[in-house]
Design a protein around this ligand. Sequence first.
Ligand code: IPE
Ligand code: IPE
Ligand code: MG
Length: 237
Amino acid sequence: MAAVDKEKLPVHIGFIMDGNGRWAQKRGMPRKMGHREGARTFRKIAKYCKKIGIKYVTFYAFSTENWKRPEDEVKELMRLFNEYLDEVQDYAKENTRLVFLGDKSAFGKQMAERMTELEKSSSGFDGMTLMLAMNYGGRDDILHAVRGIADMAAKKEIKLSDIDESLVSSMLYTKGMPDADLIIRPSGEKRISNFLLWQSAYAEFYFTDTLWPDFTEKELDAALNDFAARSRRFGGV
Ligand code: IPE
Ligand code: IPE
Ligand code: MG
């Protein structure tokens, strides 16, 4: 890697994989071709993160709002996710732990079971943790945690005074993971679109006009250099 200070690497990077549709449209191709190309970029960038020593990486692949898209686009995305599942199995062999963020049940029993199985079989790996946010929404994440906490309170397993930030964090889909340090959003949009809301409280943001299928290792280096030069104060001085 070009000149990025290893000491100043983010522990947890989040990628909002956006711009696939526009990438395809610019080429006069159907949007689904953009998703296929975007899946290639996902593979390339996941491998690169591992190579340079990033410990946690989250890819936003499908939001709780993306179900609104035309049926054939959603269908193609589901087909690609099944391919991801075939492949991420290989990542597990490379000492990578896999975690899915979001309610798996929306994908149907068979796929949800495969996802759970991959999480279980890779749970002992500690080279890198790869999180795939699928049917994920930051609000849904918080809501799901609130329901869990309310349930514990109703069963008198916890008192009101036990409810603190660490309890909420431990009830999120990202349970046990550090908060995001750096969130990268390609495609020119400058918004969070319901990605890691709680976990991005003190994240640094990096926006680029590059569309996700065109995103490269070199551009990630640039984002990492930018991150390394920032002063993070967390409310202090
Ligand atoms: C991101 O690319 C992939 C998903 C949201 C599933 P988009 O499909 O949102 O691409 P644009 O934003 O329309 O270009
Ligand atoms: C965010 O992209 C979700 C993913 C990349 C999975 P969207 O394309 O859905 O976000 P908006 O609609 O531009 O905010
Ligand atoms: Mg988009």
